[in-house]
Design a protein around this ligand. Structure first.
Ligand SMILES: Nc1ncnc2c1ncn2[C@@H]1O[C@H](COP(=O)(O)OP(=O)(O)O)[C@@H](O)[C@H]1O
Ligand SMILES: O=C(CO)[C@@H](O)[C@H](O)COP(=O)(O)O
Length: 476
């Protein structure tokens, strides 16, 4: 396979919530020469937890599917689900399963932290984000109070992507993109915030070094994976930051990602600081910013409604006035961690297909409501929405986004944009290029463009009214 490539090969990894995906890519052309995928298990009873060792095993399985191509890569980069709290003991073994981004048990701790340190405005100004229950700092506060023995046994704290990078290289390194989702990295200074760390009793020595954009984390030293020892390893980043690289985004181009999480974001040259907490003020992996809003209930929630109705996920029907707020896991945007799903407006003539369509509408509405807040002065007026993630393969998702956004939509032909972005970061490191420019050279954002349709304001009004009127129910 390597013999057919025009340039050196690089490996991009996406260790996301449901699976690990690996792409071996020709660094010159962006052609994918091999791919692999292996599933993860999410458990934890009322919470959401995964064993970090399973991510490492899944990486091995996905690489095995890449065959000989994996053994020929010159550079590697790992992107991963954001925010997860990985706690390691002095021997580098997980103290307990990782608490994932969509675990809402830290909701009370998040509220307390916000109040204890000056309120939402102060957090937004300093950290860039108001730390909701997704943020690592809230999860660490939860762990210290709920499982003090586990917190005491913790010698090192990692995020999912830097746990894997650490096992590959033996180095404790993260990047500004993923660090910006912890709540203890201040976007105002571009460094760990020692006052916040002291407040939550976490010694800075427990954290990885934050690499500069374009800096390497190290080289492959682990012998257990089918990768060449000595291959360069980039710093990696969070999955959304990696997708931004993978699309070669320029400031202001809006992206809507439909996966386990739903996200809307755009690269910006302005440091975000939203005191309402809707927009997370993330850093991107290059030196700019990535204002982003995230929902907890996206593809899995709608697939669950389809399964309950016994219907294929594409078997939607238009019409009717039923409203579904599919907040099966609690919700982050809007910030309703205790919410459950809600159906309103059910009638004798409501069909199962309309009920399923209403679940899509509810999931997409929550994202589009946040889009205007995400877009800032850099927003490219009239730019199409780039639609990515597993859901972008589905017609019902695409048509719902078109109908509720009223915007043109582009679905890139390239599918695994997180892994592709990691590959672009690896190629950028290897070739001394800007990774976003690498992705643009590869043409990753090219795809089918769907023209704008008139926006369905009646459906949006029904959803807005239901959300407002059901506020009390959704807070429990
Ligand atoms: N052909 C398809 N049509 C619609 N949705 C799909 C299709 N294939 C996969 N999906 C959805 O994609 C989701 C996985 O998306 P992905 O972006 O890979 O998730 P994550 O990266 O969060 O683990 C699944 O939950 C599934 O609902
Ligand atoms: O928490 C966020 C963003 O802030 C999520 O987007 C996670 O990064 C998980 O991503 P997926 O597994 O859905 O890709």
């Amino acid at each position: 396979m390597g013999a057919q490539a025009a340039g050196p090969l690089v490996l991009g990894v996406d260790s996301s919530t449901q699976s690990t995906k690996t792409l071996v890519v020709d660094a010159e052309t962006g052609v994918v020469v091999a791919r692999g995928q292996a599933p993860h298990t999410v458990g934890g009873g009322p919470g959401k937890e995964s064993d970090p060792r399973q991510w490492w095993e899944a990486l091995g399985e996905a690489l095995a599917q890449c065959g000989d191509a994996a053994r020929q890569v010159s550079a590697v980069s790992v992107a991963g689900q954001q925010h997860g709290l990985v706690t390691l003991d002095a021997a580098g073994e997980p103290v307990r399963p990782a608490l994932l981004w969509n675990d809402v048990r830290a909701a009370g701790h998040s509220e307390r932290l916000i109040a204890e340190r000056g309120g939402a405005r102060a957090w937004a100004d300093r950290v860039g984000s108001v730390p909701g229950p997704a943020f690592t700092v809230a999860k660490w506060a939860w762990l210290r109070e709920t499982e003090p023995a586990a917190a005491a046994a913790t010698a090192a704290v990692r995020l999912p992507h830097d746990y894997l990078t650490g096992r590959l290289t033996g180095e404790a390194v993260t990047d500004r993109g993923d660090a910006s989702g912890t709540g203890w990295w201040a976007s105002a200074t571009g460094a760990y915030d020692t006052e916040i760390l002291a407040h939550v009793g976490l010694p800075p020595e427990a954290l990885p070094r934050v690499a500069q954009p374009g800096e390497a984390a190290g080289t492959v030293h682990a012998g257990e994976l089918p990768l060449p020892r000595g291959a360069l390893v980039a710093a990696g980043t969070g999955d959304n930051m990696a997708a931004a690289l993978g699309l070669g985004l320029r400031p202001g181009q809006p992206v809507l990602s439909l996966g386990t999480s739903g996200t809307v974001y755009a690269v910006s040259t302005h440091r975000p600081a939203d005191p309402t907490g809707t927009v997370a003020g993330f850093a991107d992996a290059r030196g700019d910013w990535l204002p982003l809003a995230c929902t907890l209930n996206c593809t899995l929630a709608v697939d669950r409604v389809a399964a309950l109705l016994g219907r294929d996920r594409e078997a939607v029907e238009a019409g009717g006035e039923v409203v579904v707020l599919p907040f099966l896991d609690g919700e982050r945007t809007p910030n309703l961690p205790g919410a459950s799903g809600l159906v309103h407006g059910l009638r004798h003539d409501t069909t199962a297909g309309q009920l399923l369509q209403a679940a899509y509408d509810g999931a997409v509405f929550a994202l589009l409501r946040a889009l205007e807040q995400v877009l800032d002065a850099d927003a490219a007026a009239g730019a199409p929405l780039l639609l990515i993630g597993g859901g972008a393969k589905g017609r019902a998702w695409r048509e719902t986004v078109r109908r509720l956004s009223g915007r043109p939509v582009v679905v890139p032909a390239a599918q695994e944009l997180v892994a592709l972005g990691a590959a672009a970061q690896a190629a950028g490191l290897l070739l001394g290029e800007d990774p976003a420019a690498v992705a643009r050279r590869w043409g990753t954002a090219r795809g089918t463009e769907y023209e704008a349709r008139p926006r369905d304001d009646a459906a949006l009004d029904r959803l807005t009214t239901t959300l407002t009127d059901a506020d009390t129910l959704l807070r429990h």
